[in-house]
Write a new protein. Structure first.
Length: 213
């Protein structure tokens, strides 16, 4: 396989990584809101959050992407394919991250919450300055696994016209008749990216506050 072909794979990999990172970040922000709604104790917030999570965890991502891609123009919202892809990935990962974070929030020691109250923190400060960092540390391995899953699932965005790493490998394999080296190279690139994600997660974990009662 030539350097030119490998360069094309790398360019597609960067595109894949960019889509995945943006989707994961947006999904995390949505997941925070969903988990807060689940823990609010108010049915007005709990019911919609559970419905959202049930739908996006229960319906295959491929179907979600196709639904979003075809539904948006019907309701008068015309967006580029990449936006539709990011929306689909973000909503899907948000549902999974929300469940992970909910478990993390529930595991936050009550002593820390009581200490925050005594210190004079209001509920919002306690949530974002105490509960979120602790929950993030407790659930980081699960969140990293979800990030890796989204990276690999990003290959599905080719159904809405996105040329990501897997689709690029398919195109190159069919045009050059070199499927083994091309798909092996694509697999190696995925492996390196996932390894980098794992290393980054370890660094982030060391920087987060320790969990104490």
């Amino acid at each position: 396989m030539t350097i030119k072909l490998f360069t094309l794979l790398l360019q597609a990999a960067l595109y894949t990584l960019g889509i995945s990172i943006v989707s994961i970040v947006i999904g995390f922000a949505i997941a925070i809101l969903l988990s807060a709604a689940l823990l609010s104790g108010k049915s007005l917030y709990i019911a919609p959050a559970r419905l959202f999570i049930s739908f996006f965890r229960g319906v295959p991502l491929l179907v979600q992407l196709l639904l979003i891609y075809t539904l948006l123009p019907v309701i008068g919202i015309n967006v580029p394919s990449i936006v539709a892809a990011i929306i689909g990935l973000s909503l899907c990962t948000a549902a999974y991250q929300a469940e992970n974070l909910r478990g993390g929030f529930q595991a936050v020691p009550k002593g820390l919450i009581e200490a925050a109250d005594v210190t004079g923190f209001n509920p919002r400060q306690t949530f974002f300055r105490i509960r979120v960092p602790i929950a993030l540390r407790l659930t980081l391995p699960a969140l990293v696994n979800e990030a890796i899953m989204i990276l690999k699932s990003s290959s599905l965005v080719s159904v809405v016209g996105i040329i990501e790493l897997t689709k690029m490998a398919q195109n190159l394999a069919s045009s050059t008749y070199l499927p083994i080296p091309i798909f092996a190279s694509a697999g190696l690139i995925y492996l390196v990216i996932n390894w980098a994600i794992a290393l980054t997660a370890r660094y982030v974990e060391r920087s987060l506050p320790k969990v104490t009662a």
